[in-house]
Design a protein around this ligand. Structure first.
Ligand code: FAD
Length: 471
């Protein structure tokens, strides 16, 4: 695969090199590759602009766990990415709770795989390339162009010291967490969510570690509480001897020393004696609700750039792939209609909210709760809950604690009753929030009214949990 450079026109020496396409996508991650492939599959000109080199592209900090591996958008054929699925035997979460001297094995619904993340990254790039996407590596996007009425018309950046400009009908921002593009766009004529702060993100770090003997838990995703409530340590087996080990914490909390804390945890585990670290990477990831709106005229944000991540687990690959596909499909409709207004792009927001956005927003309530409770209390509570219900709470957002279950749980969890009752009430509010997201508006002009009602539910959540308002 080589970087293409057609459609270029040299301007005067002070002018940037100009490239014209139908759609420019920033970022060769999951969201960008799926968006661009979707558009290229329909025969439109689409470029992906990526700051990394061609060799380094696809190398992303990740825990390597892919949830919903069976149900992935088909803009890039699944057969293309399957070779990167190195462990498809994983079927449950193993929650280690040292405070309670407990290990909980909790089934994870849906297909699960642990993947060789870099290989997967290369394969989706290859898939998008085969769909007809043009890749421009070593190109750092520095600015977004807008016309007088605020419609995005392209981007500007630097490629190996040379200024470049991409003119496009639509700009798709797949530049990941804390996307720089969003600092450059004037969103005042749009509903685009600008209520975004560092405290909504987690800082996470992982190492890929090779151990001498196969681990016993090669069919499980292992989770362990970190030293602070709003964080966890994970061990995800790529194979039975190659483990992705990492940890993260919500940036609203007291910072953890990620590298040292991980080292300490590895040192204390027998499985990792004599192990070799073969790769290290860290990054920020959004552990917040999805953006209320990720559209502006001529502009859509996808994946981490719009917080399309399960905020309780940090899983964002599937959300990024779907958001990319939905944005790509909407871009195609907009190009066909010759209309890139926010009203035209809005359907993209609706599809995200319908599919997973509402669920992720309701799961964020448990994150908010976790910042307001003591880690030992929380672990005691979790240890006392039935595994399947906890799994539902984590993955479906629709757990229902009927009175009988509540009594049974309470009987086995003497000492945690108050927290359980509190948790039950929090859960009712999370469900109310989910129902409200099911009423996500069908047009941008109705967003403000919908947000007012949502914020009322959030106020009740802050009051009940005692947590500081997150948004
Ligand atoms: C430590 C860690 C562990 C995680 N573990 C998991 C996990 O186990 N399972 C899971 O599903 N998810 C996990 N996630 C989340 C997951 O990695 C992301 O949700 C997913 O990669 C998002 O894809 P994306 O395409 O939106 O963004 P990214 O994959 O971040 O891609 C963004 C791309 O944009 C490029 N870019 C950024 N700025 C510019 C610019 N100015 N100009 C040009 N290019 C630019 C970047 O170089 C990058 O290639 C984890 C995240 C972290 C940080």
């Amino acid at each position: 695969m080589s970087t293409q450079e057609h459609d270029t026109a040299e301007g005067a020496s002070a002018d940037p090199r100009k490239i014209s396409v139908d759609v420019v996508v920033v970022g060769a991650g999951t969201s960008g590759c799926y968006a661009a492939a979707t558009i290229a599959n329909e025969g439109y000109d689409v470029a992906i602009v990526e700051r990394k080199t061609e060799d380094e592209a696809g190398h992303i900090a990740c825990g390597d766990a892919l949830k919903g591996a069976n149900d992935f958008p088909d803009a890039i054929p699944k057969s293309k990415i399957e070779p990167a699925f190195t462990n498809t035997e994983v079927d449950h979460g193993r929650f280690e709770i040292p405070q309670e001297d407990t290990i909980l094995d909790i089934p994870v619904p849906g297909e699960l795989a642990v993947i060789d993340r870099w290989e997967y990254g290369r394969l989706i790039i290859e898939g998008a390339d085969e769909a007809g996407v043009e890749f421009y590596y070593d190109t750092v996007v520095q600015d977004v162009l807008q016309d007088d009425d605020g419609t995005a018309t392209g981007i500007r950046g630097k490629r190996k010291g040379e200024r470049v400009q991409f003119d496009a009908d639509i700009v798709i921002d797949g530049a990941g967490s804390l996307s720089l593009l969003q600092d450059k766009v004037d969103f005042s004529d749009s509903t685009f969510d600008t209520n975004v702060s560092y405290s909504h993100f987690s800082s996470a770090y992982r190492e890929v570690v090779e151990v001498e003997d196969p681990v016993e838990w090669s069919d499980a995703l292992v989770f362990k509480p970190a030293k602070i409530a709003a964080g966890y340590v994970w061990y995800f087996p790529r194979t039975d001897t190659t483990i992705n080990a990492g940890l993260g914490f919500q940036m609203s909390e007291e910072p953890m020393k990620l590298v040292e804390d991980l080292k300490e945890d590895l040192r204390n585990r027998e499985e990792f004696q004599g192990a070799e670290v073969v790769d290290k990477l860290g990054a920020a990831l959004p552990t917040r609700r999805p953006y209320d709106s990720a559209t502006a005229p001529g502009y859509m944000a996808i994946g981490d750039a719009a917080a399309h991540v399960n905020p309780t687990t940090g899983g964002g690959i599937a959300g990024a792939a779907y958001a990319g596909s939905y944005a790509g499909e909407q871009a195609v409709i907009a190009l066909e209609e010759g209309d890139v207004s926010e009203e035209m792009l809005w359907r993209y927001n609706q599809r995200v909210m319908d599919h997973f956005g509402g669920r992720y927003a309701s799961l964020d309530v448990y994150n908010i709760l976790s910042t307001a409770v003591d880690v030992d209390d929380l672990m005691g509570l979790i240890a006392s809950m039935p595994g399947e219900k906890l799994a539902e709470a984590l993955y479906s957002g629709t757990t229902s604690f009927g009175p009988l279950l509540l009594l049974q749980t309470a009987a086995s969890s003497f000492g945690h009753w108050r927290q359980i009752l509190n948790f039950y009430r929090v859960k009712q509010l999370a469900d109310e929030l989910l129902t409200h997201y099911e009423r996500y508006p069908s047009r941008p002009s109705a967003l403000a009214g919908w947000q007012d009602e949502r914020d009322r539910i959030m106020d009740d959540i802050y009051e009940l949990t005692g947590a500081d308002p997150k948004y």
